[in-house]
Design a protein around this ligand. Structure first.
Ligand code: DAH
Length: 342
């Protein structure tokens, strides 16, 4: 009876694919290899049915079937090997490129501030953000019920524990830690206040400097402030001191920096400077450490004196970069469309 080769070849392929779908182990696959490609296998048996002198294309078709079977079996074998081998140890697989991140612009500013003060010998500190009332206020010469507390509404976690509204708590902590001056530190950290609008966020950053030694006076304070202003904002910038009041310093000042646009004149081409109005921009507070605060930190005010300052990181960053954010709180979102710009 004549063999319908076309039909038979189709049947063999179907049966192979059925068999392959059931394969679980390499042994199963070996059986299939023998069944189809072995000496007594389906393909060879088909070859044997061919007349000795075959001038049709059937031989070619059976050869193609042989190749087909080899391919199918090999690709099933590859899948088996892939499952078996642990991808962790496959050193030939190209690695996955993780997306590259970058430092946040506030982190950049903090690093720069830290590095400028370290040039003057100040060490970077981080003191608690969750603080007791003593370090946060009372020990800084701000007694309970004093109106100065109203300037900085903060978050009380209990009667005695607050989320600190300034980094000045670091002053007492540093005095206790170092004990014997000289003390030269800059405490950079997060601060919290009950505020939230487009130019204020409930969480922001401050840096607090403290220098205590023998014979420290206001000229040292001016020298350090001037150094920072020039290093951070540029050599052409000047500072000035404006008398102010803080409980923990006496005398106290606000430090201003000359405007980078009108260079302290307040006027550009006969018109008031739009950036500063007066020629000066406010940087932040400073002053000579109050004797009571020195005492509270265990330091004798008759022997030692010092100065302190506390400024906002976001504030100096905005002033330097000229960034004019519609909402300051954008800085703290994880919106990559915003962050990728820096
Ligand atoms: N702690 C003050 C505030 O957050 C800033 C400040 C003013 C810090 C004067 C100081 C200082 O160290 O001497 O408003």
């Amino acid at each position: 009876m004549a063999i319908n080769y076309k039909e038979t070849i189709r049947e063999v392929k179907k049966s192979l694919s059925r068999d392959l779908s059931k394969v679980k182990t390499a042994d199963d696959l070996e059986q299939i290899n023998i069944k189809y490609l072995g000496r007594q296998g389906e393909v060879n048996l088909l070859f044997k049915t061919l007349p000795i002198k075959d001038d049709s294309n059937i031989g070619k078709a059976i050869n193609e079937l042989k190749d087909y079977c080899k391919q199918e079996i090999t690709s099933r074998l590859n899948i088996l090997l892939e499952i078996k081998s642990d991808p962790i140890f496959d050193v030939t697989v190209p690695g996955i490129q993780p997306p590259k991140g970058s430092l946040h612009l506030i982190t950049h500013a903090i690093n720069e501030i830290e590095s400028i003060f370290s040039q003057l010998g100040f060490v970077r500190r981080r003191y608690p953000e969750v603080e007791t009332d003593w370090y946060y206020a009372e020990g800084l010469n701000i007694p309970k019920g004093h109106p100065a507390r109203d300037d900085q509404e903060t978050f009380y976690l209990s009667k005695e524990i607050v989320l600190t509204a300034h980094t000045s708590n670091g002053q007492l902590r540093e005095m206790e830690k170092v004990k014997n001056p000289p003390i030269k530190m800059v405490n950079i950290g997060k601060t919290y206040r009950r505020q939230a609008d487009t130019s204020h966020s409930a969480m922001f950053h401050q840096f607090e400097g403290l220098l205590i030694d023998k014979n420290i006076n206001i000229t040292h304070l001016i020298g350090v402030m001037d150094y920072f202003a020039k290093a951070y904002f540029g050599n052409d910038r000047e500072i000035r001191l404006r008398p102010h009041h803080f409980q923990f310093t006496e005398p106290s000042f606000e430090i201003d920096i000359s405007c980078g646009l009108c260079h302290g004149k307040g006027i550009i081409e006969k018109l008031p400077c739009k950036f500063c109005k007066s020629g000066w921009l406010e940087l932040g507070g400073s002053g000579m450490v109050h004797p009571n605060v020195l005492k509270n930190g265990g330091i004798d005010p008759k022997i030692f004196s010092g100065f302190a300052f506390g400024w906002g990181v976001e504030r100096v960053l905005m002033m330097k970069s000229g960034l004019n954010l519609p909402d300051l709180r954008l800085l703290y979102t994880d919106d990559l469309r915003f962050l990728k710009q820096f």
